[in-house]
Design a binder for this molecule. Structure first.
Ligand SMILES: Cc1ncc(COP(=O)(O)O)c(C=O)c1O
Length: 379
């Protein structure tokens, strides 16, 4: 059966070079990085050299990179410690953040007397900057948590503008950059951001590893206790093969950034054009059809398909070997599946099926043609 993988925002294929480097480390460098003998010292030195090279991509120092089990843990580390250790009293965020942020905040609200404020969204899902400014105008100790690229609709935040606003208003700024690290260059010396979260499996690295950037002297402390690994931010023997995989994947992403970006953008643009031809009434959710305001890696489309056929859409795509993500659960008559679309779509569009197609350098225009062919059957 033909298969097409258009679900790269969920996870990506690991690059061969990454697997090779991970395999080598698993075979040879199995020493515990905390051991003081030769095997341990070698492992430790590999981890520290990965930390240095990761830090270099962001123009920060190695001591500001904390390896974690992924984006979720990095988000948890920052949010939890900001409230518990830094005395944050107000968190400013949006209702369309990833659950790694929203559910962590829900838990913090139960445990600490914090106030959570949600920035208003424009109809295309972008934040209302003047409302953010209004929310920032408070004497309380504040943390702003806004994602750089939205994983469902691809909207891109003006991260420098938000960072400057936070700085001016004495607020800490954390950004979930899980969908942008490896796809966009971030110079953290130029952007006055305090924290960010990243995850290797979104940029052709392994699952189960990511990192938090924690600005020097921020006062953040860890939440996992035990050994002194990761300078006490995160106890537990390091997954050295995963860290090496992250490092290699990030290196390759940034080495090939320009070529891959224009290639992937070509796929996205082609998809948009073809889709408009077969389904002229298609709605591009958020601002995913705008090259300036959205990531080049995905589209999220609301398809003008009659309800009788809509129920079969996801099933048919899967049957034809096309992997993509359901944007909303109109098939079951519920909009609850996507908290993001529930915030930005009108009632009529919420009743229609929305699908996210997300792309990588491993996709081809022929795969777009095949997918369009399958979607055509629904016209
Ligand atoms: C925006 C965003 N934040 C956080 C995460 C969670 O990352 P991880 O899977 O590494 O825990 C994801 C993954 O889906 C994501 O897209």
């Amino acid at each position: 059966m033909r298969t097409v993988y258009f679900d790269n925002a969920a996870t990506t294929q690991i690059r061969d070079e990454v697997i090779d480097r991970m395999t080598e480390v698993m075979k040879i460098n199995f020493g515990n990085p905390s051991s003081t003998h030769n095997y341990g010292r070698q492992s430790k030195s590999i981890i520290e050299s990965c930390r240095k090279s990761v830090a270099l991509h962001f123009n920060v120092s190695a001591s500001e990179i904390v390896f974690t089990s992924g984006g979720t843990e990095a988000d948890n580390l920052v949010l939890r410690s900001a409230v518990r250790d830094l005395g944050v009293e107000e968190i400013i965020t949006t209702k369309i953040e990833h659950h790694a942020i929203l559910h962590t905040i829900d838990e913090l609200e139960k445990e600490f007397p914090i106030l959570v404020k949600y920035v208003n969204l424009e109809s295309d899902g972008h934040i209302d900057y003047s409302h953010l400014e209004q929310l920032l105008d408070s004497e309380k100790k504040k943390l702003v948590s806004l994602m750089h690229v939205n994983n469902e609709i691809g909207n891109k935040l003006d991260i420098s503008r938000v960072a400057s606003l936070c700085k001016q208003n004495n607020a800490l700024f954390h950004s979930d950059t899980v969908q942008s690290v490896g796809h966009y260059q971030l110079d953290l010396e130029a952007i006055p951001i305090d924290f960010l979260a990243a995850s290797a499996h979104k940029f052709h690295g392994p699952k189960g590893v990511g990192f938090a950037f924690v600005r020097k002297n921020s006062g953040i402390k860890g939440s996992i206790f035990g050994g002194a690994q990761e300078r006490g931010y995160r106890a537990g023997t390091e997954a050295i093969h995963n860290i090496v995989g992250l490092d290699e994947a990030l290196k390759l992403s940034y080495e090939n950034l320009n070529t891959e970006r224009s290639y992937i953008l070509g796929i996205k643009d082609y998809f948009i054009t073809q889709l408009r031809e077969v389904l002229p009434d298609v709605v591009f959710n958020g601002s995913c059809s705008s090259p300036e305001n959205s990531t080049y890696t995905l589209i999220n489309v609301c398809l003008p398909i009659v309800p009788e056929k809509a129920a079969m859409l996801q099933f048919q795509l899967d049957l034809k070997g096309i992997a993509c993500s359901k944007g909303s659960a109109c098939q079951s008559g519920s909009s609850q599946n996507s908290h993001v679309l529930a915030e930005i779509l009108n009632e009529a569009n919420l009743q229609k099926p929305s699908v996210r197609f997300s792309f990588s350098t491993f996709n081809t225009k022929a795969e777009v043609d095949y997918t369009i062919g399958v979607l055509k059957e629904f016209v």
